[in-house]
Design a protein. Structure first.
Lengths: 112, 115
C-alpha cells in the first residue's frame, strides 16, 4: 500500500501571509497514462471534506486562486498565497493512482 | 448541483448491525465508482470501501473485510454499506464520496458502537 506522509502536522499561520504544506508518497504516483493522481482536500471545523485540487495542480470549481498545488513523483506541495480566516481547518492529501486502497495523509492542521 | 446525502447512522451495541445509505442527485450515478470513507472522533480520514459502476467489483480496507458489504442500486441512485459484527473501533462519521478521485462528499452520518 502507498503510504502518504504530510508535514507539518500543525501549521500556525498569519492572516495575509503565505502558507505551505508538504505531502510525500512512499512510491511514485505517476500512473501508466502519464497522469499523477494526487488530490488535496480541505476540512473546515465541523464540516465534511471538500476537494480543492486534483491531479496535483488543478483547482476544483469555486476554489479561490490563492490555493495552488505543485509537485511530481513522490513530493507534493499545497500553497496558500495569502491566508484568510476561512482557510482554518485540516488539509489532507490523497493518492488515487495505486488503488485499492485509496490512502490519505495524516492531515495538516492550519490554525491562526 | 451534485449532492450526496448519507443516512442510517446511530447507536449500536458491539456485535450489532447497521445499514448506511447514500442518496445521490445531480449527476449520472451509474457512471461513477462510489466510495465510503470514515473519520473516527478526532482522527483523520480512512477509506473503507468502494464499488465499481456496475457493482461487479468491490474493494474493502482490511479491517472491515468480511464484516462490511458495499452495494448500490443504480435505478435508485443509491449507495449502501451493510455493517455487521460492529466493534468500538468502527465508531466514526461515515461519508460517501463520488468517483475514483472523490470529487464530491456528503455531510456524513455518525455511527457509534457502544454498550
Amino acid at each position: 500500500d502507498v503510504v502518504m506522509t504530510q508535514s507539518p502536522l500543525s501549521l500556525p499561520v498569519t492572516l495575509g501571509q503565505p502558507a505551505s504544506m508538504s505531502c510525500r508518497s512512499s512510491q511514485s504516483l505517476v500512473y501508466s497514462d502519464g497522469n499523477t493522481y494526487l488530490n488535496w482536500f480541505q476540512q473546515r471545523p465541523g464540516q465534511s471534506p471538500r476537494r480543492l485540487i486534483y491531479k496535483v495542480s488543478n483547482r476544483d470549481s469555486g476554489v479561490p486562486d490563492r490555493f495552488s498545488g505543485s509537485g511530481s513523483g513522490t513530493d507534493f506541495t499545497l500553497n496558500i498565497s495569502r491566508v484568510e480566516a476561512e482557510d482554518v481547518g485540516v488539509y489532507y492529501c490523497m493518492q488515487a493512482t495505486h488503488w485499492p486502497p485509496w490512502t490519505f495523509g495524516q492531515g495538516t492542521k492550519v490554525e491562526i | 448541483e451534485v449532492h450526496l446525502v448519507e443516512s442510517g447512522g446511530g447507536l449500536v451495541q458491539p456485535g450489532g448491525s447497521l445499514r448506511l445509505s447514500c442518496a445521490a442527485s445531480g449527476f449520472t450515478f451509474s457512471n461513477h465508482l462510489m466510495n465510503w470513507v470514515r473519520q473516527a472522533p478526532g482522527k483523520g480520514l480512512e477509506w473503507v470501501a468502494s464499488i465499481k459502476q456496475d457493482g461487479t467489483e468491490k474493494y474493502y480496507v482490511d479491517s472491515v473485510e468480511g464484516r462490511f458489504t458495499v452495494s448500490r442500486d443504480n435505478a435508485k441512485k443509491s449507495l449502501y454499506l451493510h455493517m455487521n459484527s460492529l466493534r468500538a473501533e468502527d465508531t466514526a462519521v461515515y461519508y460517501c464520496g463520488k468517483g475514483i478521485h472523490m470529487g464530491v462528499w456528503g455531510r456524513g452520518t455518525t455511527v457509534t458502537v457502544s454498550s
